[in-house]
Write a protein that binds this ligand. Structure first.
Ligand code: GSH
Length: 235
């Protein structure tokens, strides 16, 4: 964020502000959705150790103290999946969910599946030894299911990008970087050709490609993070 983070934000009618930290995949979800909907918003980026930003979080998300938080005319909405639902209901075009209630429910099922299984990917990043082997196996199982689900479609919902793509966007954003740091490649083209193509399609989408950090930036960030969790003599 430029300059000092202020604990008081100035709110005007019709204004959208997004509180975030770099490179939170949860925050990216909201950035991507707002870009897809072509909505103007102000991005307020902070750092967790900055006391002013902590004050902002205490004020706008006192329950979880996490980002993202979307401020609508100063009213805070927290939790990325809740914010995404708000965005979809408020600005239905272009749609991120199917119109048919049954298809919509199926899409939401997959969103909930992806959310639940994301912990395996976290374990893949933060464990070693037996736990790591287990996490790797779990990640492979989840990827297998996703590979089947996407089939020959361009995106998970079909020809157009949708909510599940956004929810899973963190795979396209950072999983390759995390694999490079961990030193084990799971999502390889030979085993998961369809997911591999999806990553390319997702990253090349006009609303997404301008809102992606570089491999280099992410690598430096995640390497430092992993070293803080796992000392290099055990990794
Ligand atoms: N379930 C939340 C997760 C958000 C989350 O974990 N955000 C992280 C940044 S990636 C955070 O704010 N962490 C702050 C902390 O744990 O102190 C969501 O979907 O929005």
């Amino acid at each position: 964020m430029e300059g000092n983070v202020v604990t008081e934000l100035d709110h005007r009618m019709g204004e959208l502000k997004l509180l975030g930290v770099w490179p939170s995949p949860y925050v990216y979800r909201i950035i991507w959705a707002l870009e897809l909907k072509d909505k103007k918003y102000e991005y307020v980026e902070g750092e967790f150790h900055n006391p002013d930003f902590t004050d902002l979080l205490l004020k706008y998300n006192p329950v979880y103290k996490k980002v993202p938080v979307l401020l609508v005319d100063g009213k805070p909405i927290a939790e990325s999946t809740v914010i995404l639902e708000y965005i979809e209901e408020t600005w239905p075009q272009p749609p991120l969910l199917p119109q048919d209630p049954c298809e919509k429910a199926v899409a939401r099922f997959w969103v909930s599946f992806a959310e639940e299984k994301s912990t395996s990917f976290m374990s893949f990043f933060v464990t070693v030894g037996e736990e790591f082997q287990k996490a790797t196996q779990e990640v492979r199982e989840v990827l297998k299911v996703l590979e089947e689900t996407i089939g020959d479609k361009k995106y998970f919902g079909g020809e157009e990008i949708g909510l599940l793509d956004i929810n899973l966007g963190w795979i396209a954003l950072s999983f390759g970087v995390i694999e490079d740091i961990v030193g084990v490649k799971v999502l390889v083209a030979d085993d998961f050709p369809r997911l591999f193509t999806w990553i390319q399609n997702f990253r090349e989408h006009p609303s997404i490609r301008t809102h992606l950090p570089s491999h280099h930036e992410l690598f430096a960030y995640y390497k430092k993070k992993r070293e803080a969790i796992i000392p290099s003599n055990t990794a």
